[in-house]
Every structure is written in C-alpha cells, then in structure tokens.
Design a binder for this molecule. Structure first.
Ligand SMILES: CC(C)(COP(=O)(O)OP(=O)(O)OC[C@H]1O[C@@H](n2cnc3c(N)ncnc32)[C@H](O)[C@@H]1OP(=O)(O)O)[C@@H](O)C(=O)NCCC(=O)NCCS
Length: 144
C-alpha cells in the first residue's frame, strides 16, 4: 500500500539520505552536495515553516521518497518530488502526487523542472501540468 504522510523530526536522516542521492542532486537547481549540519538546519526550519509542507511517501510503511509543497502566493503551491532509485518507474510518483493534488484541487500548482529531466516532465504532464515557459509547468485549480 502507498501512503503520503506529513514528515516529522524523526524523519531527518531519511530525508538527508534521499537529498544526497546522486540523481536527486543532479535534477535539483542547487546541485551541490548537502552537509549533515546544513541539512539539520534546513529540515528543522522546513518543519517550522508555515508556508512549507514536507511529506514522506511510504510503500508498505517503508520510506521511498518525499514531496515538498511551498506556498508561493495565495492559492498556488510549488511542488517537487523525489524517490529512491529502486522505487522509480513503478507508478509510485504519479500516485503520490495525484493524491496530494486531489486533496487540494482548488489550488494552482507549479513545478520547476530542468529541461533535461525528461522523466519528470513526462510525469507532471501526465498529471495535467502545462508548460508555461522557462522551466515552469502549471496546473490550474478547479476554480481558476
Ligand atoms: C522524477 C521521478 C520523481 C519520477 O518518479 P517515478 O516513480 O519513476 O514516476 P512514475 O513511475 O510514477 O511514472 C509516471 C510517469 O513518469 C514518466 N516516467 C517514469 N519513468 C520513466 C522513464 N524511465 N522514462 C520515461 N518516462 C518515465 C512516464 O510518463 C510515467 O508514466 P507512464 O508510466 O504512464 O509512462 C523520479 O525519477 C525521481 O525521483 N527522480 C529524481 C528526482 C527528480 O528528478 N525529481 C523531480 C524534480 S522536478
């Protein structure tokens, strides 16, 4: 069973290991390696940040990936996702994102994806996102 659950402080190391996965760093806009000290600061700040929600993706209770939501402006979330390598291309990213988007279907979502990240572009297009220029993809909420 696949579930998407809000993260807490106990997940600090799980998120650290995933963030430093080679392809996760390559596909991020900041591709530098992350130190553990830097991560502790970032993770704690993220959990306390009212404009950010971190989710863990669990497959049969095992941590397989994360989703991040950042409120950009009223009604719009920036959304991003990463999965551990061995759990990719099984449809899990699609299902996890679909669940989060459905829960907030009146919101607009924006994803920023590097041009060479063809997998991620295909994933977000399958979820209904449209390319709006530069590295930006948008899915409008049901209202707007
Ligand atoms: C991008 C990422 C989240 C995709 O996760 P995933 O679980 O592999 O994706 P899914 O299996 O749910 O696939 C959904 C769609 O994505 C695309 N996709 C997935 N794997 C693909 C592959 N190997 N080749 C081409 N397209 C692929 C397809 O459109 C697929 O739909 P389909 O199966 O109907 O063809 C994952 O590869 C990842 O964590 N990458 C590293 C971090 C990253 O790039 N994050 C996104 C930053 S914007």
């Amino acid at each position: 069973m696949l579930s998407v659950v809000e993260a807490n402080l106990d997940d600090l190391e799980l998120f650290f290991n995933l963030a430093n996965d080679k392809s996760v760093r390559e596909n991020s806009f900041n591709s530098e390696k992350i130190s553990f000290d830097e991560h502790i600061l970032w993770f704690k700040n993220s959990l306390n940040n009212k404009h950010r929600i971190l989710y863990k993706i669990l497959k049969d209770k095992k941590f397989i990936g994360q989703i991040r939501l950042d409120i950009l402006e009223k009604d719009t979330y920036l959304i991003s996702i990463s999965l551990h390598k061995e759990f990719r291309s099984k449809g899990y990213a699609f299902l996890a994102l679909e669940q989060i988007i459905k829960e907030r279907n009146f919101y607009n979502f924006k994803a920023q994806i590097k041009k060479e990240n063809v997998k991620s572009i295909a994933l977000f297009k399958k979820l209904g996102f449209e390319y709006v220029g530069d590295v930006d993809y948008i899915k409008k909420g049901e209202d707007g």
